[in-house]
Design a protein around this ligand. Structure first.
Ligand code: AMP
Ligand code: MG
Length: 483
């Protein structure tokens, strides 16, 4: 197996037993490789060229573990839809931390690998559709230049999983900078032992934020750094119309990567209240609520670290509150700059906010497609939609053109900025569903085709209009968790 070049150094495994359960993936009956991400393997300096497909199937099902692996299920807690719960990897195992030649460390995790101590009532398994869904959306997010966990492989297990109907069992190999979550801190903080909290803090800083390892107030600095990372992340989600769908604190990574592609989906028609998840009845995780929830989750994170911010609890709470309250201003600034980039605007202008909000209001009123409206502004509207002949829109574009010419903006420079911020291709819900349905019937062609398109979301691609259109069906699109 060494020919693959796995280079494991399993630091989380070396933490005390309270952080995890040592457990192996439960072997599966008949593993069959469905998809393997060669480009990612190569980025990780892994070489599978000497391994045949049968062996690959055994590796990515966990039936054969690589040398140097120490597999564990991680313990964590989390606020799910606002309610605190003890969780943990109920259907995943971390098989090891792989280090690349450039000294970057990645968790290699199997999702759907069988029951663990943390499985509660779950079967520890996952179904093919949702695992392929995570594969394609995470890879699309990466191509959109948005921090994310990656997907290395999907196998079928040859076993059924029972959901509303019987589905094919499957395992996804997820690659992440780490799987430390806000919920990991919540789990440790709930035990109220300062030395354990310090261990997790130091571990996290060592792994993700070594620049603050000698700071005087590591806890506070970490909160500030996480505010920055998560603020950038949610601004990026807003940029492309991504709706995570289940922003529970256990699904917020300390690395700042997008994690856990359960019920996520991309918005077509611009409506800030868009929600796709079937269980999100109140719209807690709607498109427009994502920044508010990010702040709420960051507040839960800061709460965990109170004992390490200052010995005087009252003082610590005051500092943490002020720090968390810096979120809105940061977000507003980053969001405005992101929208300026989408509109190809340089510099700042007092009226920018009105210009931006007026466009969004127009899109909302006219039920315009979010992605394609920006395509129209770049003269790349796939369908030459007559919606854009609307007089209010034309009046708005006059104001926009006027503003574009200011602050050294040339149309060439503006267009370049817009082209690198406005995707032409996003995972369109109807196309993703079609591809997943075909994959369940053993036809991977549509899946592979859409995957190829989504690898180059900012590029013009000939005869791909169909992949740029929102669904024509009126049926409300619904997504599901934990399948
Ligand atoms: P998620 O909604 O995917 O973030 O999962 C929330 C929690 O439920 C995590 O602790 C998961 O490990 C656990 N979980 C989800 N599906 C299953 C399953 N089929 N079996 C066991 N645990 C599960
Ligand atoms: Mg999760």
């Amino acid at each position: 197996m060494n020919k693959v070049n796995w280079n494991f150094n399993n630091t989380y495994f070396n933490l005390s037993g309270l952080f995890k359960e040592d457990i192996k993936p439960i072997p599966v009956r008949k593993p069959e490789l469905i998809i393997f991400n060669k480009a990612l393997a190569s980025d990780l300096n892994l070489d599978f060229s000497m391994i045949n497909e049968k062996e690959l199937s055994k590796i990515f099902s966990g039936n054969v573990l690589p040398e140097g692996s120490n597999s564990i299920a991680q313990a964590y807690a989390g606020h799910q839809f606002g309610h605190f719960t003890m969780l943990g990897d109920g259907r995943a195992v971390l098989i090891g931390e792989h280090t690349t030649k450039s000294n970057k460390k990645y968790d290699i995790q199997f999702k759907g690998s069988g029951k663990t101590t943390f499985s509660r009532n779950g079967d520890g398994r996952a179904a093919l559709g949702p695992m392929l869904r995570e594969y394609i959306i995470s890879e699309a997010m990466n191509a959109l230049n948005i921090p994310t966990t990656r997907s290395l492989a999907v196998v079928k297990t040859g076993e059924d999983v029972q959901r509303e109907r019987t589905l094919q069992g499957s395992i996804l190999t997820r690659v992440a900078s780490s799987h430390i979550r806000v919920g990991t801190f919540q789990y440790i903080a709930a035990r109220q032992k300062e030395d354990e909290l310090k261990t997790l803090l130091d571990y996290t800083i060592d792994r993700h934020y070594p620049e603050i390892k000698d700071s005087n107030n590591k806890a506070l600095d970490l909160i500030n750094l996480l505010i920055d990372r998560q603020c950038n992340l949610v601004v990026n989600w807003m940029r492309v119309g991504f709706i995570h769908g289940v922003m529970n604190t256990d699904n917020m990574a300390i690395s700042g990567e997008t994690i856990d592609y359960g019920p996520c989906a991309f918005m077509d028609t611009y409506d800030p209240k868009t929600v796709f998840s079937s269980i999100d009845q109140t719209g807690r995780y709607a498109y427009c609520n994502q920044p508010v929830i990010t702040k709420w989750n960051l507040a839960r994170f800061a709460e965990c670290l109170i004992p390490l911010i200052d010995k005087d609890q009252e003082k610590a709470i005051k500092i943490a509150t002020e720090t968390i309250n810096s979120f809105e201003k940061k977000y507003e600034e980053k969001w405005m700059n992101m929208m300026r980039d989408k509109l190809g605007l340089f510099g700042l202008d007092d009226k920018d906010k009105f210009l931006i909000l007026d466009l969004l209001t127009w899109m909302h009123e006219k039920k315009a497609d979010y992605t394609n409206t920006f395509c129209n502004l770049m003269n790349l509207d796939p369908k030459k939609n007559e919606l854009y002949n609307d007089k209010d829109f034309i009046n708005w574009t006059k104001r926009w053109e006027d503003r574009s010419s200011k602050n050294n903006g040339t149309s060439k420079k503006s267009l370049k900025l817009m082209r690198s911020n406005n995707p032409l291709f996003i995972p369109r819900n109807h196309k993703i569903e079609q591809a997943l349905e075909a994959a369940e019937q053993n036809d991977l062609k549509p899946f592979n085709k859409i995957l190829e398109i989504l690898k180059r979301p900012y590029d013009e691609q000939a005869r791909k209009d169909d992949y740029q259109s929102p669904s024509i069906s009126d049926k409300k699109y619904q997504t599901f968790c934990g399948t």
